[in-house]
Design a protein around this ligand. Structure first.
Ligand SMILES: O=C(O)c1ccccc1NCC(=O)[C@H](O)[C@H](O)COP(=O)(O)O
Length: 198
Protein backbone atom coordinates (compact mmCIF):
# COMPACT_ATOMS: atom_id res chain seq x y z
CA UNK A 1 0.00 0.00 0.00
CA UNK A 2 1.48 3.32 -1.18
CA UNK A 3 0.99 6.05 1.45
CA UNK A 4 1.17 9.82 0.91
CA UNK A 5 0.98 12.24 3.83
CA UNK A 6 -0.04 15.70 2.63
CA UNK A 7 0.01 19.25 3.95
CA UNK A 8 3.31 19.09 5.81
CA UNK A 9 4.87 22.36 6.93
CA UNK A 10 7.29 21.67 9.78
CA UNK A 11 10.51 19.65 10.15
CA UNK A 12 8.85 17.53 12.85
CA UNK A 13 5.95 16.52 10.64
CA UNK A 14 8.22 15.70 7.71
CA UNK A 15 10.47 13.57 9.93
CA UNK A 16 7.44 11.83 11.42
CA UNK A 17 6.03 10.90 7.99
CA UNK A 18 9.39 9.73 6.67
CA UNK A 19 10.25 7.74 9.81
CA UNK A 20 6.80 6.11 9.80
CA UNK A 21 7.42 4.82 6.27
CA UNK A 22 5.42 7.19 4.04
CA UNK A 23 6.13 6.75 0.33
CA UNK A 24 5.31 10.37 -0.52
CA UNK A 25 4.91 13.67 1.27
CA UNK A 26 2.91 16.66 0.02
CA UNK A 27 3.58 20.37 0.34
CA UNK A 28 0.62 22.65 -0.38
CA UNK A 29 1.81 25.55 -2.54
CA UNK A 30 -1.59 27.19 -2.94
CA UNK A 31 -3.93 29.15 -0.67
CA UNK A 32 -4.75 26.94 2.31
CA UNK A 33 -4.26 26.82 6.08
CA UNK A 34 -1.45 24.41 5.11
CA UNK A 35 0.18 26.67 2.53
CA UNK A 36 3.96 26.79 2.46
CA UNK A 37 6.21 28.94 0.29
CA UNK A 38 8.80 27.58 -2.14
CA UNK A 39 11.50 28.87 0.23
CA UNK A 40 9.99 26.92 3.15
CA UNK A 41 9.89 23.76 1.02
CA UNK A 42 13.56 24.19 0.12
CA UNK A 43 14.40 24.22 3.83
CA UNK A 44 12.31 21.06 4.50
CA UNK A 45 13.41 19.13 1.42
CA UNK A 46 16.77 17.86 2.81
CA UNK A 47 14.72 15.92 5.39
CA UNK A 48 13.07 13.90 2.62
CA UNK A 49 15.18 10.92 1.49
CA UNK A 50 15.45 10.12 -2.22
CA UNK A 51 13.12 7.11 -2.02
CA UNK A 52 10.25 9.30 -0.75
CA UNK A 53 8.46 11.36 -3.41
CA UNK A 54 8.06 15.02 -2.45
CA UNK A 55 4.99 16.51 -4.13
CA UNK A 56 4.03 20.13 -4.88
CA UNK A 57 0.25 20.39 -4.40
CA UNK A 58 -1.92 22.92 -6.26
CA UNK A 59 -5.63 23.53 -6.73
CA UNK A 60 -6.86 24.70 -10.18
CA UNK A 61 -3.81 26.69 -11.26
CA UNK A 62 -2.68 26.38 -14.90
CA UNK A 63 -0.20 23.51 -15.24
CA UNK A 64 2.51 25.88 -16.49
CA UNK A 65 2.19 28.05 -13.36
CA UNK A 66 2.30 25.00 -11.11
CA UNK A 67 5.44 23.76 -12.83
CA UNK A 68 7.16 27.12 -12.28
CA UNK A 69 6.31 27.19 -8.58
CA UNK A 70 7.28 23.52 -8.11
CA UNK A 71 10.62 24.24 -9.77
CA UNK A 72 11.19 27.21 -7.45
CA UNK A 73 10.53 24.87 -4.52
CA UNK A 74 12.96 22.24 -5.85
CA UNK A 75 10.19 19.65 -6.36
CA UNK A 76 9.75 17.27 -9.30
CA UNK A 77 6.29 15.86 -8.52
CA UNK A 78 3.21 18.03 -9.07
CA UNK A 79 -0.36 17.36 -7.86
CA UNK A 80 -3.09 19.15 -9.82
CA UNK A 81 -6.77 19.23 -8.88
CA UNK A 82 -9.67 20.25 -11.13
CA UNK A 83 -10.61 19.36 -14.69
CA UNK A 84 -7.45 18.57 -16.65
CA UNK A 85 -6.45 17.60 -20.19
CA UNK A 86 -3.73 15.51 -21.80
CA UNK A 87 -2.13 18.87 -22.65
CA UNK A 88 -1.76 19.60 -18.92
CA UNK A 89 -0.09 16.22 -18.45
CA UNK A 90 2.28 17.00 -21.33
CA UNK A 91 3.15 20.38 -19.80
CA UNK A 92 4.22 18.68 -16.58
CA UNK A 93 6.13 15.90 -18.35
CA UNK A 94 7.85 18.33 -20.74
CA UNK A 95 9.18 20.10 -17.64
CA UNK A 96 10.78 16.80 -16.55
CA UNK A 97 8.28 16.40 -13.72
CA UNK A 98 5.75 13.74 -12.74
CA UNK A 99 2.05 14.25 -12.14
CA UNK A 100 -0.57 13.21 -9.61
CA UNK A 101 -3.90 14.18 -11.20
CA UNK A 102 -6.66 14.60 -8.62
CA UNK A 103 -10.35 14.14 -9.49
CA UNK A 104 -13.53 13.94 -7.45
CA UNK A 105 -16.21 11.29 -7.81
CA UNK A 106 -18.45 13.93 -9.38
CA UNK A 107 -16.00 14.63 -12.21
CA UNK A 108 -16.98 14.03 -15.85
CA UNK A 109 -16.49 10.41 -17.01
CA UNK A 110 -13.56 11.34 -19.29
CA UNK A 111 -11.63 12.55 -16.23
CA UNK A 112 -11.35 8.92 -15.07
CA UNK A 113 -9.60 7.91 -18.30
CA UNK A 114 -5.84 7.56 -18.34
CA UNK A 115 -4.59 10.94 -19.57
CA UNK A 116 -0.98 9.83 -19.13
CA UNK A 117 -0.60 10.98 -15.53
CA UNK A 118 1.79 9.08 -13.28
CA UNK A 119 -0.79 8.60 -10.53
CA UNK A 120 -4.51 9.30 -10.30
CA UNK A 121 -5.96 10.52 -7.00
CA UNK A 122 -9.68 10.15 -6.21
CA UNK A 123 -10.58 12.74 -3.60
CA UNK A 124 -13.57 14.25 -1.79
CA UNK A 125 -15.37 17.19 -3.42
CA UNK A 126 -13.24 19.73 -1.53
CA UNK A 127 -9.55 18.75 -1.31
CA UNK A 128 -8.05 18.80 2.16
CA UNK A 129 -11.49 19.17 3.78
CA UNK A 130 -11.50 15.95 5.78
CA UNK A 131 -14.86 14.99 4.26
CA UNK A 132 -15.40 11.28 3.87
CA UNK A 133 -17.45 9.75 1.06
CA UNK A 134 -18.79 6.39 -0.11
CA UNK A 135 -15.39 4.81 -0.82
CA UNK A 136 -16.85 1.62 -2.26
CA UNK A 137 -18.58 3.58 -5.03
CA UNK A 138 -15.23 4.12 -6.76
CA UNK A 139 -15.18 0.47 -7.83
CA UNK A 140 -17.75 1.38 -10.51
CA UNK A 141 -15.10 3.57 -12.17
CA UNK A 142 -13.17 0.47 -13.26
CA UNK A 143 -9.73 1.56 -12.04
CA UNK A 144 -8.52 -1.99 -11.44
CA UNK A 145 -4.95 -2.45 -12.61
CA UNK A 146 -4.18 1.28 -12.46
CA UNK A 147 -2.03 2.97 -9.85
CA UNK A 148 -4.31 5.37 -7.97
CA UNK A 149 -4.64 6.94 -4.55
CA UNK A 150 -7.75 7.17 -2.37
CA UNK A 151 -8.24 10.39 -0.35
CA UNK A 152 -10.83 12.36 1.54
CA UNK A 153 -11.67 11.89 5.20
CA UNK A 154 -9.19 9.10 5.80
CA UNK A 155 -7.78 8.68 9.30
CA UNK A 156 -5.97 5.98 11.29
CA UNK A 157 -9.25 4.38 12.33
CA UNK A 158 -10.88 4.05 8.91
CA UNK A 159 -8.02 3.74 6.42
CA UNK A 160 -7.92 -0.05 6.36
CA UNK A 161 -11.68 -0.32 5.86
CA UNK A 162 -11.76 2.44 3.23
CA UNK A 163 -8.82 1.07 1.23
CA UNK A 164 -10.40 -2.37 1.18
CA UNK A 165 -13.86 -1.04 0.26
CA UNK A 166 -12.38 0.95 -2.63
CA UNK A 167 -9.78 -1.65 -3.62
CA UNK A 168 -7.25 1.20 -3.54
CA UNK A 169 -3.64 0.93 -4.71
CA UNK A 170 -2.61 3.66 -2.28
CA UNK A 171 -3.95 6.27 0.14
CA UNK A 172 -3.45 9.97 0.81
CA UNK A 173 -4.21 11.85 4.05
CA UNK A 174 -4.06 15.32 5.50
CA UNK A 175 -6.93 16.30 7.82
CA UNK A 176 -7.08 12.88 9.48
CA UNK A 177 -3.57 13.27 10.89
CA UNK A 178 -4.11 16.74 12.34
CA UNK A 179 -5.03 17.97 15.83
CA UNK A 180 -6.57 21.11 14.32
CA UNK A 181 -6.76 22.43 10.75
CA UNK A 182 -3.23 22.74 9.41
CA UNK A 183 -1.53 21.40 12.55
CA UNK A 184 -0.14 17.90 12.12
CA UNK A 185 -0.29 15.40 15.01
CA UNK A 186 2.87 13.31 14.94
CA UNK A 187 1.29 10.33 16.72
CA UNK A 188 -1.60 10.31 14.24
CA UNK A 189 0.83 10.36 11.31
CA UNK A 190 2.60 7.29 12.72
CA UNK A 191 -0.71 5.54 13.45
CA UNK A 192 -2.04 6.27 9.97
CA UNK A 193 0.98 4.94 8.09
CA UNK A 194 1.07 1.88 10.35
CA UNK A 195 -2.65 1.16 9.81
CA UNK A 196 -2.42 1.70 6.05
CA UNK A 197 0.58 -0.59 5.66
CA UNK A 198 -0.71 -3.32 8.01
O1 LIG B 1 -4.84 20.62 1.93
C1 LIG B 1 -5.28 21.59 1.34
O2 LIG B 1 -5.67 22.59 1.94
C2 LIG B 1 -5.35 21.60 -0.15
C3 LIG B 1 -5.64 22.77 -0.81
C4 LIG B 1 -5.73 22.78 -2.19
C5 LIG B 1 -5.52 21.65 -2.93
C6 LIG B 1 -5.21 20.44 -2.29
C7 LIG B 1 -5.14 20.42 -0.90
N1 LIG B 1 -4.87 19.25 -0.25
C8 LIG B 1 -4.81 18.00 -0.89
C9 LIG B 1 -4.59 16.95 0.11
O3 LIG B 1 -4.20 17.21 1.21
C10 LIG B 1 -4.87 15.53 -0.23
O4 LIG B 1 -4.64 15.29 -1.57
C11 LIG B 1 -6.28 15.15 0.17
O5 LIG B 1 -7.19 16.08 -0.38
C12 LIG B 1 -6.40 15.06 1.65
O6 LIG B 1 -7.75 15.03 2.06
P1 LIG B 1 -8.13 15.02 3.61
O7 LIG B 1 -7.34 13.89 4.23
O8 LIG B 1 -9.59 14.78 3.64
O9 LIG B 1 -7.74 16.32 4.20
Amino acid sequence: MFVKVCGLSTPESVRSAVDAGADAVGFVLTSSPREVSPDQVRILLPLVPAHVNAVAVFRHEPASDAVSVARAAGLTWVQLHGTRTAEDVKTVHDAGMRLIRAVTMGAAPDQFSDLGEDLLLIDAAVPGSGESWDYGSVRAKGLGGREWLLAGGLEPGNVAFAATAADAWGVDVSSGVESSRGVKDLAKIRAFVEAAKA
